[in-house]
Design a binder for this molecule. Structure first.
Ligand SMILES: [Zn+2]
Length: 195
């Protein structure tokens, strides 16, 4: 088999979380012995480990593993990066898109690494504001570009399914460092991502 993809779970964590999920499901008034729910606590325990795997990954290492000396010094943009995270206030999903730009300062980074670091920070309990800052700071401090910009647009299930029930509202957060603090550079970026 030339390629094999697999998921690994910590057995101890899976067991502990599984038992707690079983209690939660019962507290909510369900019968965990019902056919469809028999394996649900274990599946939920594994799903939660998958969705919070970012705690065990180091975004700085990921960036450093693919940095290259290069004299290119124009804006590099990766837009429409799919994003799935969990709001730390309700442990409900928020999802949307991230747009990242940077202006190199002697070094570029492998383009696939930018979505990777979005994932690493998104697969934790988050708030959209901090997620935006963490992606921004990680790129700024590691790659040390002339400037970096991050825009995140997301829909929050905790707003859509409960609370105010605003199904179509999208929350936008943004952060800018270095050259992007200049209004012309920032506007060029926003225009290129269609904002
Ligand atoms: Zn929430």
């Amino acid at each position: 088999m030339p390629y094999k993809s697999f998921e690994e779970y910590n057995i101890q964590v899976t067991d502990d979380v599984k038992d707690r999920y079983k209690n939660i499901i019962e507290d909510l008034g369900e019968d965990t012995q019902r056919d469809g729910l028999l394996k649900t606590p274990e599946r939920a325990a594994k799903a939660m480990q998958f969705l919070t795997q970012g705690y065990n990954q180091d975004p700085v290492e990921v960036l450093k593993s693919a940095m290259f000396k290069e004299s290119y010094n124009e804006m590099v943009i990766v837009k429409d990066i799919e994003l799935y995270s969990l709001c730390e206030h309700h442990i409900l999903p928020f999802f949307g898109k991230a747009h990242i730009a940077y202006i190199p300062n002697g070094q570029i980074v492998g383009l696939s690494k930018l979505p990777r670091i979005v994932d690493i920070f998104a697969r934790r309990l988050q708030v959209q504001e901090r997620l935006t800052e963490q992606v921004l700071d990680c790129i700024n401090d590691t790659l040390k570009p002339q400037g970096v910009a991050v825009v995140i647009e997301a829909s929050h299930m905790c707003m859509m399914m409960r609370g105010v029930q605003k199904q179509n509202s999208i929350t936008t957060t943004s952060g800018f460092r270095g050259q992007f603090e200049k209004i012309e550079t920032r506007n060029e970026f926003l225009k290129l991502i269609g904002k």
